[in-house]
Design a protein around this ligand. Structure first.
Ligand code: URA
Length: 240
């Protein structure tokens, strides 16, 4: 017998603390009944636990995969409406791995996937300020002065102050291209920031997540991280 939070972390879905958020969002079922409270005790030998409709089981080995997520693909393993998901691209991998954070349906780029729940939880948590770098194609001609607003902060829908360091790569009357570096990670943060300063995003790509770049991966391709890369990520978020 064990608490559902512990079981989910053994399955690599998330950390014990992160499990509370999964449960709050009603993503977890036990024997097809939605779990309402994080403290629920289960019998791991007989109960069937599912996350987003997919059965989960304790992991024996931890795997770390960097996927170059294509555009028009959902950052989830399973979609009830059968839209394309990142799960499809890593299906032939060695084990079920989960996305660390999210990229929007129409965003492409670096997406880390793993069954190491604790590392995933920490890397996705704003508190650890993991660096993400994006290339954005935006509406209209952007001027350097406008980028100052991004570094000072723009209010997001959820009340948080979103911030980014940005540089202009190209600007014309119709469209501009900029590189943004963010360290928190709120929902649709780049799009909200850019809309907030009057330059909605047309196209978005994450070129780097926690220093992991997708330069050599075509969209839809993935690779394993090497031991040094995993150690570096662990150091970054205080895992010994
Ligand atoms: N910011 C966004 O607006 N979308 C993403 O997919 C990632 C960051």
């Amino acid at each position: 017998m064990m608490r559902i939070n512990k079981y989910l972390s053994l399955c690599g879905v998330t950390s014990r603390r992160g499990a509370e958020i999964f449960i709050k969002k009603k993503r977890v079922t036990v024997n097809d009944l939605t779990v309402e409270k994080p403290g629920l005790v289960i019998d791991e030998t007989t109960d069937q636990v599912k996350v987003d409709g997919t059965k989960v089981e304790p992991v024996e080995h931890k795997y770390y995969i960097l996927l170059n997520k294509p555009r028009m693909v959902l950052t989830t393993l399973h979609d009830p409406f059968h839209r394309p998901t990142v799960g499809y691209y890593v299906k032939k991998g060695p084990a079920r791995v989960y996305p660390v954070g999210r990229l929007d349906y129409d965003t492409e780029g670096a997406l880390l996937m793993t069954n190491d729940g604790e590392l995933a939880y920490r890397l996705a948590h704003p508190k650890f300020e993991v660096e993400k770098i994006y290339l954005a194609e935006i509406d209209g001609p952007i001027k350097t002065g406008e980028l100052d607003r991004l570094s000072k902060g723009v209010k997001l829908e959820d009340g948080h102050l979103g911030k980014a360091e940005a540089e202009i790569l190209y600007a014309s009357l119709k469209t501009s291209r900029i590189r943004l570096t963010l360290t928190e990670g709120h929902k649709r943060e780049v799009k909200q920031l850019m809309k907030g300063i009057g330059h909605p995003v047309r196209r978005l790509k994450r070129v780097s997540f926690a220093g992991l770049k997708v330069d050599n991966l075509n969209p839809g391709r993935w690779r394993f991280l090497n031991v040094n890369e995993v150690k570096r990520l662990q150091n970054l978020v205080g895992i010994k």
